[in-house]
Design a protein around this ligand. Structure first.
Ligand code: ASP
Length: 325
């Protein structure tokens, strides 16, 4: 018994020593940044923009791994089970706070299984449709959708994605239950919208801006309380008859639980560095968003945001009666 205890203590000290040593040399090999949706979509775009300057700061490559499926929960489960050594990190968005209410069973805990690194950005969404959708503005679009609810299809990135959440709020607001078509990310969903295979989608400006500006899809409104500077002609849904409609897609970076604090601190510094990068700021602005302020690039700010958002969305999702087993 005594021997076991001693051995346990020895193991603990040894693990701590390894943790300290590896934190000092960290990073000594490339870091994988897991993105919980397909390549070419909005989360992937944000990840690829910040990966480069984060890598420059850390003097190691930050490589993106896209793990789409189940609205981001497959990737979250995979990261939760990864070694807590700083070589696997995770960029997720608002979906990390809605999944605990949407899924009856999750293979991980959104709070307890992760070490928050810092907030990244808050991206507005846009309500868009295939180019020849027969409605010119929000009013016509809502009227058409309500009159044709058995025919109209709505694309999303699965239960737990931002496009799912926005669609759920929209359908609740207009009292129409549309047929949803789930994808592994809104990158592939956008391809089908461009091809006219699906009708409607609510997606982040990081994925829709260039298609809207190029006239490839129809855009009706933004989902934020105020208009978006890069898309000034688009009204808000709030001002277009859906009073109180508001959703912004906040993003954060996490590491698996147990990642040494010194490693998390380095990652936070790298993230703060990336968010000050001139190219990142410019591309974010072109795509309708901006980096969060310096004081939000902290583990505490992300932890607080995650907890607040879990509490915010839980009753709304319960009321909507949406869940998966
Ligand atoms: N952000 C997801 C993506 O990157 C889509 C979503 O959350 O709706 O594809």
């Amino acid at each position: 018994m005594k021997g076991n205890k001693l051995f346990g203590l020895f193991g603990l000290f040894a693990a701590m020593a390894v943790g300290v040593a590896s934190a000092e040399d960290y990073p000594s090999k490339p870091i994988t940044l897991v993105v919980p949706f397909s390549a070419g979509g909005p989360t992937d775009t944000v990840a690829r923009l910040i990966a480069q300057p984060m890598g420059a700061y850390l003097r190691q490559q930050v490589v993106i791994e896209n793990v789409g499926g189940a609205g981001g929960t497959l990737a979250a489960g995979k990261v939760a089970r990864s070694a807590p050594d700083g070589y696997t990190i995770f960029l997720h968005h608002i979906g990390h706070s809605t999944a605990p209410s949407l899924y009856r069973k999750l293979a991980y805990n959104s709070i307890d299984d992760f070490e928050p690194v810092g907030l990244v950005t808050d991206v507005p969404m846009t309500m868009v449709a295939r180019k020849d959708f027969p409605a010119r503005d929000v009013k016509e679009m809502i009227a058409y959708v309500k009159a044709n609810k058995d025919k109209v299809t709505y694309a999303n990135a699965g239960l737990g994605s931002a496009s799912h959440l926005c669609g759920m709020l929209f359908m609740t607001a207009i009292q129409a239950d549309l047929t949803t078509v789930p994808y592994k990310g809104t990158g592939p969903a956008m391809n089908d919208l461009l091809g006219g295979q699906v009708d409607l989608m609510c997606d982040q400006t990081t994925n829709t801006t260039s298609q809207i500006k190029g006239g490839k899809i129809r855009a009706y409104a933004v989902t934020t309380k105020t208009r978006v500077a890069s898309l000034p002609d688009l009204p808000t849904l709030n001002e277009s008859g859906l009073a109180g409609f508001e959703i912004g897609v906040w993003h954060g970076i996490y590491a698996p639980k147990g990642t040494p604090k010194a490693v998390v601190d380095k990652l936070t510094q790298a993230l703060a560095f990336a968010l000050k990068d001139a190219n990142v700021k410019q591309r974010f602005a072109d795509l309708g968003t901006e980096p969060v302020s310096d004081k939000e690039v902290t583990p505490l700010a992300l932890r607080t945001k995650l907890k607040t958002e879990i509490e915010k969305w839980s009753p709304i999702i319960k009321k909507a009666g949406v869940y998966a087993d």
